[in-house]
Design a protein around this ligand. Structure first.
Ligand code: ATP
Length: 510
């Protein structure tokens, strides 16, 4: 097992043991790629939502939020292109009976070649030390060049195949590359075929004339169909944005990576409506803004990278992914897409209703262009959790598992702990709880030795532990212990609220 896989397993186990994430319907052996958030998980998830919502809606005067329904008129998905084009190329291995996404098999193969290149580079960097010129090395080393050429050829052939819907050649490519099923090792593949990812259901009883409807595969369309409602009732002027957080559903072919790829998940999307011709500028702006948003959480820069798409979705003009280094490698966390007037134009055509904006500056009416930022809430959760999980050996040789969750996102901000269960300490601790609980999430705990209670709080990422001891009864001071440094300080009870509030505030982060 690789180190990443090993850590990933530990993170999944930790998430369950400490009430973050449970398999859905676990007592019935679970439902594949569907998960439930527990007591700490739902709190962390809500905090991530709030961080996103505040950064988008509260801190931008020209962005407003909505909450549209999951069910929509079926023609919405015809207009958006999802009925015809929201497909993944699917391939089965005949021996293992396992199903794969053909594009993912090919991408994984390219990632292996990329790894070979990176190994050559780090070997050479070690050998040449400070004199090492990576750019030059990439251009001149024959092994690196050969692998890079292979990657480029595979990519361009695959992109062409997908554009031409040449699924036979995708299969041929998989065979030529000698890609084997990771489970059986066999190269015995079926044909590649397209698989639509939308879930459908029926609305109304059959006698009333059933209508096939879909569970939305993205939240964006709820924004597009409400664009004029919001623009008119909010008296919005271009450029302006509409934000939304909500559930989305995709019948993913391969869903084996915990909450990274789920069949029911949550998206946080923002559609930014701009004057045609200004989309490039805004696309660059939002790429930059969104990267800043991630980095403001104090997660190391090297865990993020920006990846421009080669194979564009059916609606996109420009698209880039913000990728995060998950325990299983760099993968998409958020997408920034320049969607042109594709969606509004299509809805105008299919609905027969005008979706134009009258621009008072130019005296013209037009269908605005759209730049979208789209992030998976569950993927953001996994990014935070996997970055936060640390196993530490302390000075006295003991071990602790700590979640270094950014304090403003932590499920519990402060634990209030009476040192013992007697001598009036619990009563005093309850008084402290009462002064804090209206402002942030606190947890009261009096069971077990104080050291064990600290460990439990570390394991769920609580930034502060406030301990009430005998001295508290005398001089009204408590100890406040900081999660990461484990340093303890004695401060007045009257200052506790302020100290915690300052650390968890959004203010510093923006
Ligand atoms: P992928 O290539 O990983 O399937 P995508 O390009 O289809 O993702 P988008 O359609 O751009 O994803 O969706 C926007 C965001 O929604 C993604 O960046 C991701 O964070 C999230 N997302 C998409 N599909 C899933 C899923 N099945 N489970 C969890 N999050 C998802």
């Amino acid at each position: 097992m690789s180190k990443g896989e090993d850590i990933f397993k530990k993170i999944i186990a930790h998430a369950k043991e400490y009430g973050f994430i449970f398999q859905s319907s676990e007592i019935y052996d679970g439902l594949s790629a569907v998960y439930d958030y527990g007591q700490n998980g739902s709190a962390l998830k809500n905090n991530i939502k709030e961080y996103w919502w505040k950064s988008m809606v509260q801190f931008h005067e020209n962005i407003v939020g909505i909450d549209s329904a999951i069910f929509m008129h079926p023609t919405v998905w015809k207009a958006s292109g999802h009925v015809d084009a929201f497909n993944d190329p699917l391939i089965d291995n005949k021996d293992s009976q396992k199903r794969y996404r053909a594009d993912v098999l090919i991408e994984d193969h390219m990632a292996k070649l990329e790894e070979k290149i990176n190994k050559e580079i780090s070997k050479a960097a070690k050998k040449f030390g400070e004199d090492f010129d990576e750019k030059m090395f990439r251009q001149t080393n024959p092994r690196v060049q050969a692998n890079q050429e292979k990657i480029d050829n595979i990519r361009s052939r695959f992109v062409k195949d997908m554009e031409n819907e040449d699924l036979q050649d995708v299969k041929a490519l998989i065979e030529e590359l000698g890609i084997a099923c990771p489970i059986s090792g066999s190269k015995n593949w079926t044909e590649v075929r397209q698989f639509n990812l939308m879930f459908s259901t029926q609305m109304g009883s059959l006698s009333e004339g059933a209508n096939q409807i879909y569970l939305r595969p993205e939240t964006a369309q709820g924004i597009f169909v409400n664009y004029l409602n919001v623009q008119k009732t909010g008296r919005m002027k271009l450029p302006f944005g509409i934000a939304q957080i909500g559930k989305a559903f995709r019948n993913e072919i391969v869903a084996r990576q915990f909450i990274f790829r789920m069949r029911e998940f949550e998206q946080m999307e923002m559609q930014f409506f701009v004057r045609p011709g200004q989309e490039k500028e805004w696309y660059e702006y939002w790429k930059d803004e969104r990267v800043k948003w991630h980095k403001a959480l104090g997660i190391p820069d090297e865990l993020f990278r920006l990846h421009d798409h080669d194979k564009l979705a059916h609606y996109a003009k420009d698209a880039a992914d913000i990728e995060f280094l998950f325990p299983f490698g760099f993968k998409e966390l958020e997408g920034i897409h320049s969607r042109t007037d594709f969606d509004l134009g299509a809805h105008q055509e299919f609905s027969g209703k005008k979706l134009q904006y009258f621009d008072p500056e130019t005296n013209e009416s037009y269908v605005p262009y759209v730049v979208e930022t789209s992030i998976g809430l569950d993927r953001m959760f996994l990014a935070i959790l996997s970055n936060a999980y640390k196993e530490e050996t302390l000075e006295d040789g003991s071990q602790r598992v700590v979640l270094n969750i950014p304090p403003m996102l932590a499920p519990v901000k402060a634990a209030v702990l009476p040192l013992t269960k007697k001598d009036g300490l619990p009563e005093k601790a309850r008084e402290v709880m009462d002064t804090l609980k209206y402002d942030f999430m606190c947890r009261y705990e009096e069971k077990d030795a104080i050291g064990r209670r600290y460990r439990r709080q570390d394991a769920i990422g609580t930034p502060y532990c406030i301990t009430i001891d005998h001295q508290t009864l005398q001089d009204n001071t408590v100890t406040i212990r900081e999660r990461d440094s484990m340093k303890q300080e004695r401060i007045s009870i009257n200052d506790v609220k302020q100290v915690v509030l300052e650390r968890i505030s959004y203010h510093k982060k923006q």
